[in-house]
Design a protein around this ligand. Structure first.
Ligand code: SF4
Length: 454
């Protein structure tokens, strides 16, 4: 039986769903499947040399850069294989990935396409979901089946939820894919174009059941936004809690949905929700407008208050450095973090994230963005930009170095924030340091041991 080799280079510290799901589809189609997570396992070169199909999972930026490094070696090792890059970043970077050795690039809904290619039917136009707007309408509707995680390292090898009580091994599943929103900087938008798909409840619950049996005490729902379909989402967490009352979970919910569905937050808590990640992105109204986030700083304050009231931790993520983040805007951002009581809700790396403008980004719909970027850089997989004030690019690099050293130093988030403030003050002048004394009595907010990178 011909071998299908599936490879993930990095999936944000989760056991790769992007291997487990197509592995189930390919095994059902009769394939011998070997799934390798190269973030934890060595590449099996002998397997590559005999594979009929090699699938490289590219769901996001870092994974795609690592996959691009691997592609020429795979092409040389396996001239006989059909090499397919699949996942969100594949159609966005199809030309580059093909130049490095990929035979096909398949977008967000990839399982059926991989089976078709394995069976020699090739990817249909509907499977080659594309960043090209004229072809985007073709993202296919799949009949999902439970992922098959056989052969992958178990949940204990991956990121865990860290709480005041200790470490909880985290599993990962998805109750939906895509997103009904169209934030301009989001890489989901060029592929899904404002659409989302729900995964049937029994498929999600079976996936959770298997991961709990394998040792997971916590489940991360990787849905781009858990409340895109609130009825579907709530039925799943009610059933999850009824079956596994000791299991906690975390979800991602945008600010707009936290406000619109505020009445659901206590039920999320009661069913085990320990943490909500929310892509706040900025606290400056002009930047929020450009990103089309559809929330304001006041909305963020209200959403954070609702989560606090409900007793659910907030993990706020940001795009801290953009071309519009002036010295004043960054200093205001830090001050607002303290005023809104968010110091414990922001992982150090979030203060250093720089705006990525990937191929197909809807930010390129803005004249001012097209005017400020350079030509597409295939090695970096981005349209490069420089801040008009070079001190801001210098500060971003210094903030990133500080954040990367924070974990090994074992600092609290408040201690990191104090150091960041010193750095910012020395480089661009941040003004009077706000007091963080009010933070000390609070119990730490749970967090995932892998910081959220893209
Ligand atoms: S709500 Fe989140 S997932 Fe949806 S488009 Fe906006 S940033 Fe992307």
């Amino acid at each position: 039986m011909p071998l299908a080799l599936l490879i993930s280079t990095y999936e944000l510290g989760h056991q790769p769903f992007g291997l487990a799901s197509p592995a189930a589809w390919l095994r059902r189609a009769g394939a011998e499947v070997l799934a390798i997570d190269t973030s934890l396992q060595p590449l099996d070169r002998a397997a590559a040399a005999r594979a009929a199909l090699i699938g490289l999972y590219v769901p996001m930026h870092t994974a795609t850069r690592l996959a691009a490094e691997l592609l020429p070696e795979l092409r040389a090792l396996a001239p006989q294989a059909t090499i397919v890059c699949y996942g969100l970043y594949a159609p966005l970077n199809a030309d580059h990935l093909r130049a490095l050795g990929a035979d096909a690039c398949v977008g967000g809904e990839f399982e059926a396409a991989l089976v078709d290619i394995y069976k020699g039917r090739g990817a249909t136009a509907a499977d080659e979901s594309s960043a090209d707007e004229s072809r985007r309408a073709v993202t296919p509707l799949l009949s999902f089946i439970p992922p098959d995680r056989a052969g992958l390292p178990g949940p204990l090898a991956y990121a865990a939820l860290i709480t005041a009580e200790g470490r909880r091994a985290a599993g990962y599943t998805e109750a939906s894919r895509g997103c009904k929103h169209t934030c301009r900087h989001c890489p989901i938008v060029p592929v899904y174009g404002g659409r989302f798909r729900t995964v049937p409840r029994d498929v999600v619950l079976e996936d959770v059941r298997r991961q709990v049996a394998a040792g997971a005490a916590h489940i991360t729902f990787g849905d781009p936004d858990f409340l895109n379909g609130p009825g579907h989402a709530m039925k799943i967490v009610r059933a999850l809690h009824a079956e596994h009352p000791g299991i906690t979970y975390d979800v991602t919910i945008k600010v707009e949905h936290l406000l619109r569905h505020a009445e659901l937050l206590p039920e999320l808590r009661d069913t085990g929700c320990a943490l909500v990640t929310s892509a706040v992105e900025a606290l400056d109204e002009g930047i929020l407008e450009r990103l089309d986030k559809r929330h304001t700083r006041d909305d963020v304050a209200r959403a954070a208050g609702l989560l606090r009231e409900a007793g659910v931790g907030l993990n706020a993520t940001f795009v801290a450095f953009t071309p519009w983040t002036s010295r004043q805007v960054y200093a205001d951002f830090l001050r607002a973090i303290t005023e809104l009581g968010l110091v414990e809700s922001v992982s150090p790396v979030q203060y250093a994230i720089r705006l990525l403008i990937p191929s197909g980004s809807w930010l390129l719909h803005l004249d001012e963005v097209r005017d400020l970027v350079g030509p597409f850089d295939p090695a970096g997989l981005v349209y490069p930009w420089r801040h008009p004030d070079p001190a801001m690019d210098t500060l971003q690099r210094a903030a990133l170095r500080l954040a990367q050293g924070s974990g090994p130093r074992g600092e609290t988030r408040a201690q990191f924030f104090e150091k960041l403030w010193d750095l910012v003050d020395s480089q661009i002048g941040a003004g009077a340091r706000p007091s963080l004394a009010h933070l000390l009595p609070r119990p730490p907010i749970p967090y995932l041991s892998e910081p959220w990178y893209c």
